[in-house]
Design a protein around this ligand. Structure first.
Ligand code: 13P
Ligand code: SF4
Length: 309
């Protein structure tokens, strides 16, 4: 306990010394979220990074999120507590594969989920997040065919919501959400018959079909805390329980476990720890470094996304 308090003090001192901001995604450990200047979903964190004026961004999330912050702040230092904090969606889709896909499908608009590498973003026309994917696709003229990558569940959800037929979808998935089994959700609904179901759009279609609400991590938190219902089955990573407990302490939240690990935690997100956060502020490593040419090309599709209302 004493040791945790010491690390927290060290982090707070270093944050001041470095003129750093601490951005944390909802899937981080509670103790990291407690220290954050901003907690948010990937869109909110990208927006925060866009307006940042200090020297250092300590990004407590996964690497692609920190790359986005770096692309929006090429002259600032961006660090992540753990270099291995990746994402199964990023791993499923290389820039080389995307170039080949584009070559096989000329004339298509490339819409990339923010869960992609900087190199893939540089190959894209516009970026989206789970929060704005439907609006982003709707902002593209109806006669333009679309390549959507890399999340197939989000892509299929967007296709259903937008009614776009001319949309090809990459077959990537999230190792957490894609393995939430519908049968476990069915059982949870039987056990908690008055609970409403809130799901992230990376979940499979049969899970989404049972949801009362579908949205990004922040949108799920907002929905559950503002709803009049008292019980919720939450189909996303259990890190969101930190904000849910704070905003709605009187409500009950159930998390359905996935097939891989009998938990609902992202193994990449959970690589970050308080100790590693202290160390990255001290050493300013691991640091996001990207070729200037990639940053320049990747910035445009991100800015196009940020301009979509
Ligand atoms: P959000 O944009 O909803 O925060 O999602 C990010 C993510 O990685 C979901 O698994
Ligand atoms: Fe990637 Fe899934 Fe982890 Fe989100 S929860 S960072 S999509 S692996």
């Amino acid at each position: 306990m004493l040791e945790t308090a010491t690390i927290v003090d060290e982090i707070l001192d270093l944050k001041k010394e470095r003129r750093a901001i601490l951005l944390a995604h909802h899937y981080q450990e509670s103790e990291i979220q407690e220290l954050a200047d901003v907690i948010g979903d990937s869109l909110e964190l990208a927006r925060k990074a866009h307006e940042f004026e200090g020297d250092v961004i300590a990004f407590c999330g996964v690497w692609f999120m920190a790359e986005t912050a770096k692309i929006l702040n090429p002259d600032k230092i961006v660090v992540v507590p753990d270099r291995e904090a990746s994402c199964s969606l990023v791993e499923s889709c290389s820039a080389q594969q995307v170039r080949a896909w584009k070559a096989r499908n000329p004339g298509h608009v490339v819409v990339s989920y923010i869960n992609t590498s900087a190199e893939v973003k540089a190959e894209s026309d516009i970026i989206c997040t789970s929060r704005n994917a439907v609006q982003v696709v709707n902002s593209i003229p109806a006669d333009k065919p679309i390549l959507f990558l890399p999340d197939m569940n989000l892509g299929n959800y967007v296709k259903r919501q937008s009614g776009r037929e001319n949309m090809r979808i990459w077959q990537g998935s999230c190792i957490v959400h894609a393995t939430f089994p519908a049968r476990r959700l069915t059982r949870a609904r039987m056990e908690h018959p008055t609970a409403l179901v809130a799901a992230h759009p990376e979940c499979p279609a049969d899970v989404l079909g049972m949801a009362d609400f579908i949205g990004s991590t922040s949108a799920i938190i907002q929905y559950c805390s503002q709803s009049e219902a008292r019980e919720f089955i939450v189909m996303t990573e259990s890190g969101v329980s930190h904000s849910l407990r704070k905003l709605a302490p009187e409500k009950t939240f159930y998390f359905v476990q996935n097939e891989n690990c009998n938990c609902s935690e992202c193994p990449y997100m959970r690589r970050n720890t308080l100790e590693k956060l202290r160390d990255c502020l001290l050493d300013l490593e691991p640091r996001v470094e990207l070729p200037a040419e990639i940053m320049e090309r990747a910035r445009l599709p991100i800015e196009r996304m940020l301009a979509v209302k």
